[in-house]
Ligand binder design. Structure first.
Ligand code: FES
Length: 103
């Protein structure tokens, strides 16, 4: 696992919302669900859609291009057309800092 990179303030991301940040040249989505923060890759594995422009519904983020869904806790694709998961990254909360492990 790489270094942890601070990507934002936890207090700026209420439950049910997310932020998009760049970690080591990779865009990641950091979502706040069920009282925890989870980080996944921002690029949809179906055709490269930007999950950061998608919508978060409970634990699932929906791709804005063809409506695939991914569980932000596991990266798993939960709705086709995508079948491949998105990568997940470890998240650490240090005070109010959200830190994501670099890929
Ligand atoms: S690019 Fe995301 S569902 Fe097609």
């Amino acid at each position: 696992m790489g270094e942890f990179v601070t990507v934002g303030k936890a207090s700026n991301v209420p439950e049910g919302e997310f932020l998009v940040a760049e970690v080591d040249g990779q865009n990641v989505v950091v979502a706040h669900v069920e009282g925890e923060f989870y980080a996944i890759g921002e690029e949809c594995p179906h055709a490269g859609g930007p999950l950061g422009d998608g919508t978060l519904d409970g634990c699932e983020i929906e791709c804005p291009w063809h409506a695939s869904r991914f569980d932000v806790r596991t990266g798993e694709a939960t709705m086709p057309p995508a079948t491949e998961p998105v990568p997940t990254y470890a998240v650490n909360i240090d005070g109010d800092d959200i830190q994501v492990a670099s890929p």
